[in-house]
Design a protein. Structure first.
Length: 135
């Protein structure tokens, strides 16, 4: 977050969450006046949203087709942490996914919302979509 406040991250990085639990996200609005929908990405555990090629491609390409794209940063542990340790971050990752869906709803009322989870985040994506009534 310090890099965001220092403006050393690209312009599509935003801060979500309250002042007590802020987190990074990347957002690109639909380039069309009437959006076709929105896509929420949850990266694989341990992946930084700024380094993920799938998220970068979605942010570059989908807005031109009428889709808004939001990628929320799931909690990051030490680089040496085993994948199993990320289970302890599931509740926080799900809370961030919900905040992301709320952010998308505030930007516009998309006719469709797609929630995409990568690797172990697939289960979190499904849980977030279910809680939002998207499944």
């Amino acid at each position: 977050l310090a890099r965001l406040e220092a403006k050393t991250l690209p312009a599509d990085f935003i801060k979500l969450g309250g002042d007590d639990k802020p987190f990074l996200a990347r957002y690109a609005a639909s380039a069309k006046p009437e959006a076709r929908g929105a896509v929420l990405f949850l990266p694989a555990p341990g992946r930084f949203i700024g380094d993920d090629p799938v998220i970068a491609a979605a942010l570059d390409l989908l807005p031109a087709g009428g889709w808004s794209v939001l990628a929320v940063q799931t909690p990051l542990l030490a680089a040496t942490a085993p994948l199993a340790d990320y289970a302890a971050t599931d509740a926080e990752a799900l809370a961030r996914a919900k905040a992301g869906l709320e952010h998308l709803a505030k930007q516009q009322t998309p006719p469709a919302v797609v929630v995409v989870g990568q690797a172990r985040s697939v289960a979190l994506a499904l849980a977030a979509a279910k809680e939002a009534g998207q499944v």
